[in-house]
Design a protein around this ligand. Structure first.
Ligand SMILES: Nc1ncnc2c1ncn2[C@@H]1O[C@H](COP(=O)(O)OP(=O)(O)OP(=O)(O)O)[C@@H](O)[C@H]1O
Length: 223
């Protein structure tokens, strides 16, 4: 998604996530009452992926992660339609011209974006779409007029030290990509202070406590 650092650093792909050894509660696979797309943002290393993977496992078939479009070539093991929708530059630009993206950006000569069609298709399948996205994407989605719910995941203090520790612990980054992520994290944390952007801010300190807050927010009755 827009300038998402995981797009920038070739080191890490979704498949590189460590297997999580978390205790799983058994819960009913009940969809939330409020089915608007969920925009999840927060600095790299804060635990967004950890939290939504838990959500997806505890509520199977209710949610789906939005698949971005990209003009970059697939990496080993990446599948079209699963990791990304791999398209040509021409196709991507045609889609921009048709106002087909809720957000898009260029990085390192490649384009990335989330198409309106992807969101609509998943919604038609009865799934609540979750977008894991960085702040420029959040701004664009807000402007796109899409009715979504915005959740920011924040680290406990000391924020940058916590992120650094988690990113180092994840063992997915080079020193260079780690520093890029920490620099971007400062901007993300500043952006989280802008009032009226996010519907809720959840501090991911104790994982289970943060998960509970996320689940409670997503499953609260529609206003
Ligand atoms: N509450 C927590 N306490 C301690 N460690 C955590 C917690 N939540 C997640 N982690 C760990 O922090 C690391 C980063 O988590 P994760 O990969 O989910 O972050 P992310 O926000 O999705 O990062 P990115 O934006 O770079 O994809 C992982 O190693 C994860 O296991």
């Amino acid at each position: 998604m827009t300038l998402r650092l995981s797009r920038i650093a070739p080191i890490r792909t979704f498949s590189l996530r460590r297997p999580r050894t978390l205790h799983l509660r058994s819960t009913m696979s009940t969809p939330p009452v409020d089915t608007r797309p969920i925009v999840l943002s927060g600095p790299s290393g804060v635990g967004k992926g950890t939290l939504y993977e838990l959500l997806f496992r505890r509520h199977p078939d209710c949610f789906t992660l939005s698949v971005s479009h990209t003009t970059r070539a697939p990496r080993n093991g990446e599948q079209d339609g699963v990791n990304y929708h791999f398209v040509t530059m021409q196709d991507f630009e045609d889609l921009i011209a048709k106002d087909g993206f809720v957000e898009h950006a260029k990085f390192g000569g490649n384009r990335y974006g989330t198409s309106k069609q992807t969101i609509e298709e998943q919604e038609r399948k009865g799934k609540v779409v979750l977008l894991d996205i960085e702040m420029e994407g959040v701004k664009q989605i807000k402007q796109s007029g899409i009715d979504a719910r915005y959740i920011f995941i924040s680290p406990p203090e000391p924020a940058l030290e916590t992120l650094e520790q988690r990113l180092r612990g994840r063992q997915t980054e080079t020193e260079e990509s780690l520093q890029k992520r920490l620099n971007q994290a400062k901007k993300e944390l500043e952006f989280s202070k802008v009032s009226g952007v996010h519907d809720t801010i959840i501090v991911n300190d104790d994982l289970e406590a943060a998960y509970k807050k996320l689940e409670d927010f997503i499953y609260k009755p529609a206003a």
